[in-house]
Design a protein around this ligand. Structure first.
Ligand SMILES: O=C[C@H](O)[C@@H](O)CC(=O)C(=O)O
Ligand SMILES: [Zn+2]
Length: 275
């Protein structure tokens, strides 16, 4: 049975650079002392950043969500890619250092972001609808499951750190973690893949100054590219590959939502079959 598309691959293949960027990139989420997010129709992902300064930032439901509070029907994954900060969930404080993760389950009513002793956190947020409530759980860097992939020879040596996944923090549909490329390696997710059961969001970060990523998207036989800078996000529909090559090594947060959470059930694509 073929899959009914809401965001159509044939449309993507007709788009010019500006249209592709407007449809598949989110570039304006980070602002000092602000909490910003974007509501998308891609498995209803919400993608955002909370960057508290001297102020407190409270997560609130956008009017379009028709919810009395943000997590009324949703779960939320947070990865801090800045300095140390504090997230308070219904009165309970969680301190998150750089690259620590917090999962907030459906039903948490009050979520507040704060700085920690003058430091500047950057809380990256990804949320999906949730059918039940799993416990709010923090994972430190050491709690993440490490998967080493690729090699220096093919310039794709990298480590995947899985936080919210089948063997880690439990969730309804969110799967989340980040990937770090080794020095001298520039390719992520090559050989590329799709997974028709899930869509994905990439957030490139710690891209050294003056460098950028050529992100590849589109159906495997109809690829397009997006030039992506530090701390910009890319939306990847289920039919699209999501892979990139940088002018240096870098990191990216990946987050997925959809029907299942089996990380390894992707459909791999032979490098020579890409067009
Ligand atoms: O479906 C899995 C996601 O695309 C990423 O986790 C892949 C990735 O981080 C990598 O290969 O570097
Ligand atoms: Zn993927």
């Amino acid at each position: 049975m073929s899959v009914h598309r809401t965001t159509s691959p044939s449309e993507a293949s007709m788009m010019d650079t500006q249209q592709l960027r407007e449809t598949y990139m989110i570039t304006d989420l980070i602002a000092p002392a602000e909490l910003r997010y974007r509501v998308t129709d891609l498995d209803r992902a919400i993608v955002g950043f909370a960057c508290p300064d001297n102020n407190q930032l409270e997560l609130q439901a956008d009017a379009s969500m028709r919810a009395s509070y943000f997590c009324e029907r949703r779960e939320l994954g947070i990865l801090n890619i800045g300095e140390s900060g504090i997230v308070t969930v219904d009165g309970k404080e969680y301190q998150l250092s750089n690259r620590e993760c917090l999962y907030i389950g459906r039903g948490a009513e009050e979520v507040i972001f704060k700085e920690d002793q003058g430091q500047k956190p950057q809380f990256y947020l990804v949320s999906y609808p949730a059918h039940t409530s799993y416990p709010t759980t923090k994972a430190s860097h050491a709690d993440a499951n490490r998967v080493d992939l690729g090699s220096g020879k093919t310039a794709n040596e990298r480590t995947i750190f899985q936080y919210i996944h089948e063997g880690g923090i439990k969730s309804c549909q969110l799967v989340m973690g980040y990937t770090e490329l080794a020095e001298g390696s520039v390719w992520n997710t090559m050989p590329a893949h799709t997974h028709d059961r899930r869509s994905e969001v990439y957030l490139y970060f710690d891209v050294p100054e003056g460098n950028m990523i050529t992100h590849l998207m589109g159906e495997p036989e109809e690829t397009r590219h997006l030039l992506v800078h530090d701390r910009q996000a890319v939306l990847s529909p289920p039919w699209s590959i999501h892979s990139g090559c940088g002018t240096s090594n870098y990191c990216f947060v990946w987050a997925m939502g959809g029907e299942n959470q089996t990380f390894d059930d992707m459909d791999g694509i032979d490098v020579l079959d890409l067009m």
